[in-house]
Design a protein around this ligand. Structure first.
Ligand code: NIG
Ligand code: FE
Length: 411
């Protein structure tokens, strides 16, 4: 099956050579082609160019994109989209004055979601999760990282990971799985954290690796959750079993988690709402991608990741949703891109780079996703008619997407 998109007002993120990420000043460069076409064969982008040079107008399907933008589908490198139930009550509790920390301390938060997930059947968990997956595909997301971490028992963590595997098999969206057994300390282990770490390290990690249920290993490295020492223990065990680190750090406190992630060659370090100069130095001369989650900052009213500080230091930055029931009940990458421009002072070019090629890098797939490049997967967004690409983040909250193509399939 071939699809030819013609008369594209502007084709965004066109990369002739297959770069894997963009950093620093280069983030402000978004290569585009005006009055362009793209040709897709099956699941692959095979050609693109200027309408002036188009030779063959033959395809199974021709789409006229006059007045419209075409860009790579979003690459959302950090989600917890597989979860059960919701946490609307905690949302109201926070409005009424309780903090995220206070709610967690009284047994709410992650433990609340874990209790719900543990008592939800695998089928039901799958059904609840795919509703969200279908929604985010319609919103232009073509690749998704999904974490476990709301199970917190061997059985429930495996249940989550099997649901992730099923999503990977059933949907055209690209899925990468991350094991996050160390997301919170289950109440059963309240007075014995070492015993829970033993369970994660000696039983869960080997089983997850053996069953090939995850590619990445994550830890919530944060005061009141898992310390630097705990994180080190888990990353060591994960790496021993071939799992690559991708960790939650610096959401509420900066105490060396970034440097630790870099030391363990983390593919990404995510959150970074609190960021000091040592963190920036650690990231320089590393291959680790910093990832910002502006919807989480918005929803919890916590600081935004200082994007300018990172980019102006020559570093790359990726943007992701963090879609989860507690801190970010939204998987809308369009909102993330707008919020990054509005609140983090990223330019539209930087934000689009961060949400496409750099997001793909943060899930280890930028060789095949995240740009319009010959040979890459056919994951594309066709917008409605808009005046320019600046209009996409500018007119925030509106849906500018007309068509989404994932793996060569029209969604
Ligand atoms: O990335 N910070 C840790 N984990 C999630 C939120 C977990 C929750 O509140 O359910 C996050 O924000
Ligand atoms: Fe998260």
């Amino acid at each position: 099956m071939s699809i030819l998109i013609i008369n594209i007002k502007e084709l965004l993120q066109v990369r002739d050579s297959n770069i894997l990420k963009v950093s620093g000043k280069d983030m402000n460069v978004l290569p585009t082609l005006k009055n362009a076409y793209v040709l897709i064969e099956d699941d692959t982008i095979v050609d693109y160019g200027s309408m002036d040079d188009i030779i063959n107008l033959d395809a199974d399907k021709v789409i006229d994109a006059e007045g419209k933008m075409v860009l790579p589908a979003w690459c959302d490198s950090h989600t917890h989209i597989v979860y059960a139930g919701n946490r609307e009550q905690e949302f109201v509790d926070r409005i009424n004055g309780l903090s995220y920390e206070q709610i967690a301390n009284r047994g709410g938060g992650i433990l609340n979601s874990a209790a719900t997930l543990q008592s939800t059947s695998e089928t039901d968990l799958y059904e609840q999760s795919i509703k969200r997956v279908k929604e985010v595909m319609k919103l232009g997301t073509g690749a998704l990282e999904i974490k476990s971490g709301y199970g917190l028992t061997m059985e429930a963590e495996l249940k989550m990971l099997r649901v992730i595997k099923r999503i990977k098999q059933k949907f055209p969206i690209k899925v990468k799985a991350t094991f996050l057994g160390a997301h919170a300390l289950p109440s059963l282990y309240k007075n014995n954290k070492e015993a829970y770490l033993d369970l994660v390290v000696n039983e869960m990690i080997p089983r997850v690796a053996e069953e090939k249920l995850a590619k990445y290993i994550d830890v919530f490295c944060e005061k009141g959750y898992f310390s630097l020492e705990d994180t080190e223990r888990i990353l060591t065990a994960g790496k021993l079993h071939g799992l690559i680190p991708k960790i939650h750090v610096n959401q509420f406190n900066a105490f060396g988690g970034v440097a630790l992630g870099v030391k363990y060659n983390a593919l990404s370090v995510d959150h970074l709402e609190e960021l000091n100069d040592d963190d920036v130095t650690a990231l320089q001369n590393s291959e680790t991608m910093p990832v910002a989650l502006p919807s989480c900052s918005y929803f919890l009213s916590i600081p935004y990741t200082p994007a300018r500080k990172l980019i102006d230091a020559g570093l790359p930055l990726a943007l992701a949703t963090d879609y989860n029931p507690g801190s970010t009940p939204s998987g809308n990458m369009n909102f993330v891109v707008s919020t990054a421009c509005i609140k983090m002072k990223m330019t539209p070019e930087e934000a689009i780079n961060a949400a496409t090629i750099n997001g793909a890098y943060a899930m280890g797939i930028s060789n095949l996703y995240g740009s319009i490049t010959r040979g890459k997967k056919a994951n594309l967004i066709i917008t409605k008619a808009v005046p320019s690409y600046n209009y996409l983040p500018y007119a925030f909250g509106d849906n500018h997407i007309e068509t989404v193509i994932i793996n060569g399939e029209m969604i």
